[in-house]
Ligand binder design. Sequence first.
Ligand code: G6P
Length: 617
Amino acid sequence: MCGIVGYIGPREAYPIIIEGLKRLEYRGYDSAGIALFDGNDLKVAKTKGKVVDLEAIVEKEITTNGKVGIGHTRWATHGVPNDVNSHPHVSNSGNLAIIHNGIIENYESLKQELISRGYTFKSDTDTEVLVNLIEDVQKQQKLKLGKAVQAALNQVVGAYAIAVFDKNKPDEIVVARLGSPLAVGIGPKEDEFFIASDASPFLEYTKNVVYLEDEEMAVIRFHKPIKIRKIEDDSLVDTYVQELQINLEQIEKGGYDHFMLKEIHEQPKAITDTYRGRLVRNEAIIKMAGVEDNMKRFLNANRIIIVACGTSWHAGLVAEYIFEDLARIPVEVEYASEFRYRNPVITENDVVIAISQSGETADTLAAIKLAKSKGAFVFGVCNVVGSSIARESDAGAYTHAGPEIGVASTKAFTTQITVLTLIALRLARAKGTISSSDFRTHLLELEMIPKKVEKALESDANITTIANIYKDVSNFLYLGRGYNFPVALEGALKLKEISYIHAEGYPAAEMKHGPIALIDENMPIVVIATKKGHYEKVVSNIQEIKSRKGKIIGIVTEGDTQVRALADHVIEVPDTLESLSPLLTTIPLQLLSYHIAVMLGKNVDQPRNLAKSVTVE
Ligand code: G6P
């Protein structure tokens, strides 16, 4: 994954790069580094740890003046996180500095070739191989940096977003992209350029951005308009400058202690933004251009295959219930990473829905490329506008959740479910599998969900008390049935991700086929037991837990008495339709994991070993 930042222009580069790296830490945070040209020489500082650790060593080790520079925050793939493996990497001559996000797959053979020509390597990284390959090409073929980068990249197999500069020609930075995102911000006077993995590092400087496409590169020069070329044959491509629609406040904490908490509380607004203009209750219609324009593909589909990873995969599982229940279309939900490697049977009559918050997850992207190559129609459900999956899909619908910074996904999940519910309802209407009164009821209930989420958030104090009681346990079990089985999986994932407590999600009835053996008086079990949908069956499961002395935390419908009488604790959520209940039952589970993690002193927004956007397989 990794986050990359670069600057070239009239301002001091250092503060722009450091602040930019902090915004990109969601992409990885096991080491960080910076390279600046101070007017005379190349200055490099790097360290294991976070960007704040980098700041501390920069102050001791290098001068920070310079108008050109690059910086990197890393999520290790090749080589353990340590100072030496951190980026930027410098070529053997000391002239070239590079930052890289991605993986060079054939780096070992390239490295051997370079070693045979006298190159030496300090790190275990594929990136140090790439910078020396560029240097080697530059020397052998007497090429300018841009051409040398191009020639080197044509020898490379793998994925990359890179920025590289030469201290002997510090008025240009060369950037290139294949498989990893790269945005170039163009200063308002067109005399400065910002390079980054996404636009967040340069939002306060410019709203004009160019997203490089795969297999494209550019030599970015002071005061020169940006020209983008194809890496393969040097042909010029049109430069499409977009105007960013997000603002700085959206990517700041806004008074909350953590981004995760802010994003949990943003869900009422995010869900409203997601259905706004699509759900038109007065006219009893759903308007979604991506669905409307491709209605035939949807209606003729043999089945829908949903591909996704992580939390997005859980949203896909909820969608399986909704599509089958409402629109009567068979659905399969696949981990993108498994789907792409198991020779799946895909036909032209399949619709593949790819769900991804970032729109950059490498496995999901590869899965949709595979599906497209087999003729399937690919529909993307992404949050990040203009992301790779959004662009690669045949059609799609954005979730309008706004930027999600916390690594543990929250508002992305509920807005994905919102979009998928809208699609299922639209298709159900078109197929006639839902009556007009049921359709209206769904629209009405969906419109009321944001208010009900607000109500669910009011249980925060109760949840904090429960968190305090169970924060020191080693295991948690989460149970749910039907629509709420995926919510149980998501609740367990949230707890694992940020508190490092082992947790498993299970269908409540499956418990007796294994997990029941784990239950004793030390095991807390979160049971989603809302009134609509298998309530009596879940109550029986609760009885089974109780007779084995497990501690029961029930997620119940407001006013419930039956589960309250059996459970050790209950957390109430407002009543709604069973199909919409995941949008409410997931809220207390997010808050429970958040409070436990905070009480344990964990880094909620940047949990160990994780990254927000996984752009490697
Ligand atoms: C990472 C994140 C998860 C996320 C998953 C899929 O593992 O830490 O929160 O659910 O990637 O990401 P996507 O951007 O495709 O939804």
